[in-house]
Design a protein around this ligand. Structure first.
Ligand SMILES: Cc1cc2nc3c(=O)[nH]c(=O)nc-3n(C[C@H](O)[C@H](O)[C@H](O)COP(=O)(O)OP(=O)(O)OC[C@H]3O[C@@H](n4cnc5c(N)ncnc54)[C@H](O)[C@@H]3O)c2cc1C
Ligand code: FES
Length: 243
């Protein structure tokens, strides 16, 4: 964990409710780790996955779901944000030569950064990116340059008609390890599909750095904290039904 004052460089809408923030002042994060952003008037910081890092600039993608993220949309370039960076345990991806990356919705954010890291290591992953519909599909052009990309939409408006797990069942993709992030039903589906992978989970957070136990989940080896031992867990480790 590292405390940092980040400077907002840009904050732009990619879709009506998804924004991209570019921030200066953070160290290079591990893929799958997250940061907590402090906002004026809000007691709790808000957690977001590290979605990119280039030339000292950290990228975050966020969906507007409540008062905190709504306030973030009003921040302008030059704003100073108090943050805790380098939080959590990220993906164990080194050594994977045939990675399969699977996203649902905005779960694509931390996985975009993972794909960048594979690209830097000379590895071209297979990437199945699931969205609700065409207008939600972000980062497609960027990812198709560095991945073998398959897009799915629930309504069939772009790519395969169905979700990412259904796609994989009907279109086998060779892989040595998978990396998934998305809504819980999708992660449950990935766990049933194969335990040879890692799942990035979300939980309501209090402190964000391991002190309050507020984000604990049940695993095969007892309670674990999403903010400390996670957010990335081995797929076979998580007991979803206990949540
Ligand atoms: C490790 C981690 C990484 C995350 N990465 C991203 C990211 O890259 N991009 C992104 O848009 N969001 C991400 N989130 C979720 C994000 O933190 C919340 O959407 C945000 O804090 C909501 O703040 P708010 O004040 O706008 O909403 P609130 O007013 O606090 O809540 C609005 C609604 O969102 C739900 N909600 C809020 N926080 C969470 C949560 N942690 N998990 C599930 N539901 C929640 C609430 O139940 C409520 O229904 C991440 C969460 C975690 C734990
Ligand atoms: S949020 Fe406090 S321990 Fe995880």
């Amino acid at each position: 964990m590292k405390q940092a004052t980040l400077t907002l460089l840009t904050n732009k809408a990619l879709t009506p409710d998804v924004y991209e923030m570019r921030l200066a002042g953070a160290d290079r994060p591990v893929p799958g780790s997250f940061l907590e952003i402090g906002l004026d008037g809000f007691f709790l910081k808000r957690p977001f996955g590290a979605a990119g890092y280039k030339d000292g600039v950290l990228t975050v993608y966020y969906r507007v779901v409540g008062a905190g993220t709504e306030a973030m949309t009003r921040l302008s370039s030059g704003a100073k944000l108090e943050a805790l960076t380098m939080l959590g345990t990220g993906f164990n991806y080194k050594g994977s030569t045939r990675p399969l990356i699977v996203s649902g919705g905005l779960g694509i954010a931390p996985l975009k950064y993972l794909a960048d890291c594979f690209h830097e290591a000379g590895v071209r992953p297979a990437f199945v990116a699931g969205f609700r519909c065409r207008s939600d599909a972000i980062l497609i052009d960027e990812l198709s340059k560095i991945c073998d990309l398959f897009v799915t939409t629930d309504d069939g408006s772009l790519g395969y008609h169905g979700n990412a797990v259904e796609f994989l069942k009907q279109n086998p993709v060779a892989f040595d390890r998978y990396f998934a992030c998305g809504p819980e039903p999708m992660l449950r589906g990935m766990q049933r599909f194969s335990v040879n992978g890692q799942l990035s989970l979300e939980a309501r957070m209090g402190c964000g750095f391991g002190a309050c136990m507020g984000c604990s989940i049940t695993t095969v080896s007892g309670f674990k904290r999403v903010c400390k031992e996670g957010p990335v867990f081995d797929a076979g480790e998580v007991i979803f039904d206990a949540r």
